[in-house]
Design a protein around this ligand. Structure first.
Ligand code: PLP
Ligand code: TYF
Length: 397
């Protein structure tokens, strides 16, 4: 049956990660896959997560099935965390959530709902964006188009973005990044969110806000500004939430599709359809990681530990960004790292071409994505000088 299959390229991020692991050179540096790394280059299990996990394992009595939309307690805690500054949305009972298989699963479930109930609408994704946005929607046969995020010089341009979005047809679907834009690190200001909202309202656009880095761009409150504003003012939208980064639960696959509707019945009905779609896809999401998040967010003590850990992680990423700006200025190659100075979160795109990026890997054992993205948290005091001088050399500046 599969005799005629052709070879295709594997996922570029995951295969780069595998190549990095195989590399035996001790000076190697991983600036590829989107993982938070501490100053020793390690992605540790968070203390709050360890405590919750130990407690849960000691209390566990069974591993029986849960439903297709996972743990209600977990879903409610994610809603409370996300809408801490917009409690009226919760009070009005027009928000609900379905637990999903990571943030990817949340985007996928949103795409399934669109494919099933509104297949003619076009989904507008950002250019550039997390590559899986294109993959998920196009794999399901949903029509996608892109809106620009950058100008010809590679700088974030709200004007270019807005000009394009204001031309999209009425009632289409718009995928936005809530914070920590992947891959550029450029986020909208509060004023820009407000401006964008006006266009979204006028065009009756349905937004899907991808929130994969809550708390890792600036802080938990500021990072949810766009989601809160849109949710307060719109009748319907989705948020694709991920706990992979802010709880460090990558492989446990913890996410949620947050569903905003006009009222309680409306969002409950959408959730029921989401539940049926989850059922035919994977039956039910994994419960272990979601129970950990539920435990951390239910205990005041654990919440304090987790919030402080997250803040330290974000402070470290901001510090690494500053270190990069300072070092590139000292080595006289700031222009390659212009994005790093203005961006937020784990990522930044730097001005190297494909050949230069490949040489960086082959000659200097420094791994970054071929689209020009670096993971800022891969930088630390021990490698900063080496990374900047290698990048400067491949760029020939
Ligand atoms: N959305 C964006 C923008 C991401 O960068 C990622 C990856 O980390 C995801 C979604 C998926 O996250 P998860 O690992 O929870 O599926
Ligand atoms: O952009 C990243 O690096 C993260 C991690 O198929 C990731 O989103 C990469 C590839 C993938 C799933 C997650």
């Amino acid at each position: 049956m599969f005799d005629n299959l052709e070879w295709i390229s594997p996922d570029p991020i995951l295969s780069l990660s595998e190549k990095f692991i195989e590399d035996r050179n001790p000076r190697k540096v991983d600036l590829g896959i989107g993982l938070y790394k501490n100053s020793n280059g390690i992605t540790p299990i968070m203390e709050s997560v360890k405590i919750a996990e130990k407690y849960l394992v000691s209390q566990a009595e069974d591993k029986v099935y849960k439903g297709s939309v996972g743990l209600d307690g977990y879903c409610n805690k994610i809603i409370s965390l996300l809408y801490k500054d917009a409690p009226e949305i919760i009070a009005e009972e027009r928000v609900t959530a379905a637990q999903t298989v990571g943030g990817t699963g949340a985007v996928r479930l949103a795409a399934e709902l669109i494919k099933s109930y509104s297949p003619r609408r076009i989904v507008w994704i950002c250019d550039p964006t997390w590559e899986n946005h294109r993959g998920i929607f196009s794999h399901l046969g949903v029509n996608i188009r892109s809106y620009p995020y950058l100008n010809e010089k590679g700088e974030f341009s709200f004007d270019c973005m807005i000009e394009s979005i204001s031309k999209i047809p009425f009632e289409d679907i718009l995928v936005l990044h809530g914070c920590g834009h992947n891959p550029t690190g450029y986020d909208l200001t509060n004023n820009q969110w407000m401006h964008l909202l006006e266009i979204v309202k006028e065009k009756r656009i349905f937004p899907i806000i991808d929130m994969a880095y809550h708390g890792l761009a600036d802080n938990l409150n500021k990072d949810s500004y766009g989601v809160n504003l849109f949710s307060e003012q719109l009748d319907e939208m989705f948020v694709a939430y991920s706990c992979s980064k802010n709880f460090g639960l990558y492989r446990d696959r913890v996410g949620a599709l947050v569903i905003l509707g006009k009222n309680k019945d409306h969002c409950s009905k959408i959730k029921l359809h989401a539940s049926n779609l989850a059922r035919v896809n994977y039956s039910s999401p994994p419960i272990h990681g979601a129970s950990i998040v539920n435990e951390v967010l239910s205990s005041n003590e654990l919440y304090q530990i987790w919030a402080a850990e997250l803040e330290r992680m974000t402070t470290r990423v901001k510090g690494a960004r500053k270190m990069l700006v300072r070092e590139s200025s000292e080595q006289g190659c700031s222009e390659i790292f212009l994005g790093a100075a203005r961006g937020e979160g784990l990522f930044s795109t730097i001005l190297l071409n494909l050949n230069e990026i490949r040489r960086l890997k082959e000659v200097y054992n420094i791994y970054m994505l071929e689209i020009g993205r670096i993971n800022i948290s891969g930088i630390n005091k021990n490698n900063i000088e080496y990374v900047v001088s290698a990048i400067k050399q491949v760029a020939g500046t």
